[in-house]
Design a protein around this ligand. Structure first.
Ligand SMILES: *[C@@H]1O[C@H](CO)[C@@H](O)[C@H](O)[C@H]1NC(C)=O
Ligand SMILES: *[C@@H]1O[C@H](CO)[C@@H](O)[C@H](O)[C@H]1NC(C)=O
Length: 249
């Protein structure tokens, strides 16, 4: 009797293991290491995840990233002729999941991955408050701000460590960095100077002429937040499925 029970439970255990192994979600495209088109397979596999990144995958605890939300950012612009402090709250970023992959470099020995991405456009809508001086002129404003950052070339670098768990080896992404190169930005700050349109237009013109300075302040925050999304997303998958399953020989 004991023996039978043992055999039965072992069977259940085995089938659970086997089931667990074969049950890769259909949205994951498996890439074989021996595949001569391994790189292209990876590119296709990541591209196929875009709609999921945008909508999120509740079963995986992955929240949607369209729009990406950032609670608050403080920006301190210089202290020369242009010295402006601004605060952005309730930031919504549309477009991060609309990337395309230009190139990918995989170093399986060092567990490193470098991806060159192109993001056609990030639309950043936020509430702002601004205070300071531009060329001696006091500048104040509070209201809504809109920005379109276009033609973004990005390089993402990921470094992973292998971790052993239950006799299997998994990847853990430890570092993920993104570096943006923004092609152009168009900005609009509403309600500058309490709605004085003449002064408001002048400042908007000035800020757009100097978009590179404005963009360089918001860029590190966007880079960090978007890198965080990629890292979290990748780790949700890597922590769940062992390397042997995701990248079989
Ligand atoms: C942002 O502005 C909108 C419209 O004025 C307002 O409804 C919302 O509460 C503001 N959000 C924050 C965080 O201030
Ligand atoms: C950004 O693009 C959208 C869609 O084309 C447009 O409605 C909006 O006015 C643009 N914002 C700025 C600041 O130009």
């Amino acid at each position: 009797m004991m023996r039978v029970i043992k055999v039965v439970s072992l069977n259940i255990l085995l089938s659970a293991l086997v089931l667990g192994k074969t049950q890769l979600p259909t949205f994951l495209k498996i890439c074989h290491k021996s595949d001569t088109h391994f790189k292209q397979c990876l590119i296709d596999s990541i591209e196929a995840l875009k709609p999921l990144m945008s909508k999120g995958i509740p079963e995986f605890g992955i929240p949607k990233c369209e729009p990406l939300r950032i609670a608050e950012v403080q920006v301190d612009l210089g202290n020369g002729p242009v010295s402006v402090k601004s605060n952005y709250r309730d930031i919504k970023v549309y477009g991060p999941s609309d990337f395309s992959i230009k190139n990918i470099k995989v170093d399986l020995d060092k567990d490193r991955l470098k991806i060159k991405l192109y993001i056609p456009r990030l639309e950043v809508n936020t509430n702002y408050t601004m205070n300071g001086k531009i060329l001696m002129m006091p500048v104040t404003g509070t209201g809504l701000s809109f920005g379109n950052y276009t033609n973004i070339d990005a390089t993402m670098s990921m470094a992973a460590k292998k971790i052993k768990r239950d006799g299997e080896v998994f990847y853990n992404i430890q570092e993920c960095y993104i570096d943006f190169n923004i092609g152009h930005a168009k900005l609009r700050f509403e309600n500058m100077f309490n709605g004085n349109t003449e002064l408001g237009d002048a400042i908007n013109l000035f800020l757009n002429d100097n978009w590179k300075t404005v963009a360089s302040e918001i860029k590190p925050v966007l880079e960090e937040k978007i890198a965080e999304i990629f890292k979290k997303f990748a780790n949700k998958i890597f922590h769940k499925y062992p390397i042997s399953m995701l990248f079989p020989e």
